[in-house]
Design a protein around this ligand. Structure first.
Ligand SMILES: Nc1nc2c(ncn2[C@@H]2O[C@H](COP(=O)(O)OP(=O)(O)OP(=O)(O)O)[C@@H](O)[C@H]2O)c(=O)[nH]1
Length: 550
């Protein structure tokens, strides 16, 4: 419409020029200057024609620009995908820069409203434009960013800066995109991880003229990744620790098992349900079980059945086990028992507490068995050596004093008597002298045996040294003592020896003393008996005398 108006105006202008020329011509005729008026007419006609041509060219150019702008806007509309056909038609119908400005503003609004960060860099990596969303991410304004002399130094964390520059330059040089993750650096040291995509930008000639960066916030994902990595590291540490403990525990167990297998003590672990959980080699040896016997999981009743035939007194032993198991004590007293094969064993038991729960919970019981047969034999030998005369095997003087004190204390308590016979051989030295020391020994051994056969079970017979002997009689009475002494005198007198084919004999002198009749303590009783014995010697030997009768 405006174009038609322009054409009309140009025609009117030409007609105006023609009228003006006619008027000038009339004035020229009037003034007699026809030639000058004709020239003015021609100039006016030419001016009108020139004006018409100029206006026509302007009209055509405006039409061309209008079409180009409509096409440009349509392309832009295709680029953002948001302009419909009617809008295009409207745009095409519109003319002038105002239309373009409107569309650019819309596009700018779209670009500035994106959630991620969009930025345009020039070929020297100078920041040309950045979306306002940068402020949400790291707290910096777009103006602050674009004003920066080195925007990458401002925006990118120093650890990622070098890499970022290299990647951006590669985009420009290679004309190919790059995708990577980096940290943006905000005000007050705020850091935000982003996944960024760098793409080359081209001018109208298709040359790379800059680079566009699109970045999306992945801080949440990175934090989750860090947490995950920390958790994984924690788990790895815990796993390593557990493996270390397990390895050390296995080593400890191996050492313990090796130790338990070389010791002579039999060891048996039972759990709370009275089932076997561990035993060592010595335990099988002690209980005469085969080395390949498998007892793991076997119940206590089955074990009792297995060992019952070995025990000298099985019922008594099982009663002892029940007593230990039901007792409150943590560690039982050592218990000695005998096997039918003559061996002597001991056991002791302890509750095993769990390492967990502060050791408050019992998880079973350990039994320790020891074969003490040899120990007992050695001990018996030592006792015998200490208490007995090695030649005659009679109790010696040491034991005599112990028994004397014990019997006197007992007699004192019960108000009974204790009798003491002091025996000294007559003419023993001549046997030694005539037949030798060995013959003398034989006499002593024979005499000990014969006199031992004369005394009763509750009476104690001692060799006190050399050819001296003694007999202690508990609950003694004077007449019984005299009777016993007489039997001994006669028994010794009746002994007959032959050495080197020659006969030998001997007698004995005895002294009798009674507690408390003749003495009130041991030493005094010995002195009284000795005194009576010497009286027997003095009165002709081979007889007995009672204390207090001289
Ligand atoms: N064979 C032997 N002789 C011993 C042993 N112990 C002591 N004698 C001897 O026993 C003798 C004891 O001496 P006496 O009591 O004077 O001998 P005895 O001829 O009986 O004298 P009386 O008592 O006066 O009759 C000594 O000769 C000792 O050497 C021994 O273990 N074996």
């Amino acid at each position: 419409m405006k174009n038609a108006s322009a054409l009309l105006i140009s025609v009117l202008a030409a007609l105006g020029a023609a009228l003006l020329a006619t008027l000038v011509l009339w004035l020229g005729v009037e003034n007699g200057r026809f030639a000058g008026g004709l020239a003015v007419l021609a100039v006016a006609a030419f001016a009108g024609l020139a004006t018409h041509c100029h206006l026509r060219r302007q009209w055509q150019r405006r039409n061309g620009e209008q079409s180009a702008l409509a096409e440009h806007v349509r392309r832009l509309g295709d680029g953002v995908g948001g302009v419909d056909e009617s809008a295009l038609q409207t745009a095409g119908a519109l003319s002038g820069l105002a239309t373009v400005t409107l569309e650019v503003r819309r596009l700018r609004e779209i670009a500035e409203g994106v959630h991620g960060v969009e930025a345009l860099f020039g070929s020297a990596l100078e920041l040309q434009w950045i979306s306002p969303s940068i402020h949400r991410l790291i707290g910096r304004t777009p103006q602050e960013c674009t004003r920066a002399a080195d925007p990458i130094a401002l925006l990118v964390h120093e650890s990622d800066r070098l890499y970022c520059r290299r990647m951006a330059r590669e985009v420009i040089e290679s004309n190919a995109g790059r995708d990577f993750e980096m940290r943006l650096l905000g005000d007050e040291g705020r850091v935000c991880w982003v996944a960024c995509h760098w793409r080359p930008q081209h001018d109208d000639d298709g040359q790379v003229c800059g680079v566009r960066m699109s970045a999306e916030d992945i801080q949440g994902r990175k934090e989750a990744e860090y947490k995950l990595l920390e958790t994984v590291a924690e788990l790895r540490r815990a796993q390593a620790l557990r493996e270390n403990y397990l390895s050390r525990s296995n080593d400890e167990r191996q050492r313990l098992a090796a130790l338990l297998n070389v010791i002579r003590l039999g060891i048996l672990f039972m759990d709370r349900e009275h089932r076997v959980t561990y035993y060592n080699r010595a335990m099988l040896d002690i209980w005469r079980m085969p080395a390949n016997e498998n007892l793991i999981g076997v119940r206590d009743v089955v074990l009792e059945h297995k060992v019952a035939t070995l025990l000298e007194a099985p019922e008594a032993y099982f009663a002892h086990i029940r007593e230990v198991v039901t007792s409150r004590g943590e560690v039982s007293e050592p218990h000695e028992f005998r096997l039918k094969d003559g061996r002597i064993l001991t056991d002791l038991s302890s509750v095993v507490s769990s390492a967990a729960a502060g050791g408050a919970r019992g998880i079973g019981r350990v039994w320790i068995y020891e074969d003490v047969t040899e120990q007992r034999q050695v001990a018996e030998k030592l006792v015998a050596l200490a208490e007995r005369d090695p030649l005659t095997n009679l109790f010696n003087r040491r034991r005599f004093h112990e028994e004397l004190e014990r019997l006197l204390a007992d007699a004192s308590r019960r108000g009974v008597r204790v009798g003491l016979l002091a025996i000294d051989l007559d003419g023993f030295k001549p046997i030694n002298d005539e037949f030798g020391h060995q013959a003398g020994d034989e006499v002593l051994v024979t005499l000990a045996r014969e006199v031992g056969g004369i005394i009763r079970r509750n009476e104690l017979f001692f060799r006190l040294g050399g050819d001296e002997f003694g007999v202690l009689v508990p609950d003694a009475e004077s007449t019984e003592l005299v009777g016993l002494a007489s039997r001994i005198v006669r028994g010794i007198e009746a002994l007959r020896f032959t050495f080197d084919g020659r006969p030998a004999r001997l007698t004995a002198s005895l002294g009798i003393a009674l507690y408390p009749d003749h003495a009130t303590n041991g030493e005094a009783l010995i002195a009284a008996a000795d005194h009576a014995m010497y009286r027997s010697k003095n009165e002709g030997r081979n007889r007995c005398s009672i204390a207090g009768e001289d």
